[in-house]
Design a protein around this ligand. Structure first.
Ligand code: HEC
Length: 169
């Protein structure tokens, strides 16, 4: 495929993504609160993302196939996620930056996804035998593509600190 045709194909998708991001950022930022432990930094320029466009596209497909049934098509989570259900178990939280997923470093997110939460009294199945490490990374990239720049910048700090104290697995 010639380069210009490729660009023509990519451009509308890129514009669409930009448009969504602009619309959603203010409301998401407002819903997500920082804390002493997880402050949301004031940033002057967007942080560099550590994933690429194709990771996000692949991750989106895998998310819809495996995770959307509980976490929602756009990773918005179950509206009741903060209240334990009758069984005492929580409903699936949002992964789109409005919850607290960004408080966890990459290694922690991978651990939760691989092991699930059934063993610790939750209801998420483990994915370690169904998805490869690379696929889990792609799903995380897709999740993070929904996070506003401030949230991603805050997460980068947390991840950097965790890598210093324990090298990435
Ligand atoms: C059967 C429903 C279900 C499915 C399917 C599911 N999850 Fe979950 N997930 C949950 C629940 C519920 C929690 C909250 C922990 C708990 O109480 O079990 C959770 C928690 C998480 C967390 C931790 C979020 C945080 O803010 O700490 C991550 C990350 C996550 N899920 C990712 C995924 C990914 C990626 C997939 C698909 C590969 C997936 N989940 C599939 C139900 C599900």
């Amino acid at each position: 495929m010639s380069k210009s045709i490729y660009l023509l194909l990519i451009l509308p998708v890129g514009l669409l993504l930009t448009a969504c991001g602009e619309q959603q950022t203010p409301s998401r930022a407002a819903k997500t609160q920082g804390s002493m432990q997880h402050p949301i930094p004031k940033i002057t320029e967007p942080p560099k993302r550590d994933y690429g466009f194709s990771d996000v596209v692949q991750g989106g497909k895998l998310f819809r196939q495996n995770c959307a049934a509980c976490h929602g098509q756009l990773a918005q989570g179950n509206p009741q996620w903060r209240q334990p259900g009758v069984s005492g178990k929580s409903a699936a939280p949002p992964l789109n930056g409005t919850g607290h997923t960004w408080h966890h470093p990459k290694a922690g997110l991978k651990h939760t996804i691989k092991q699930g939460t059934i063993r610790t009294g939750g209801s998420m199945p483990p994915w370690k035998d169904k998805l490869t490490d690379a696929q889990i990374e792609q799903i995380i990239a897709w999740m993070q593509s929904h996070w506003p720049d401030e949230i991603y910048a805050a997460w980068l700090e947390t991840d950097k600190k965790a890598r210093k104290s324990r090298p990435a697995r």
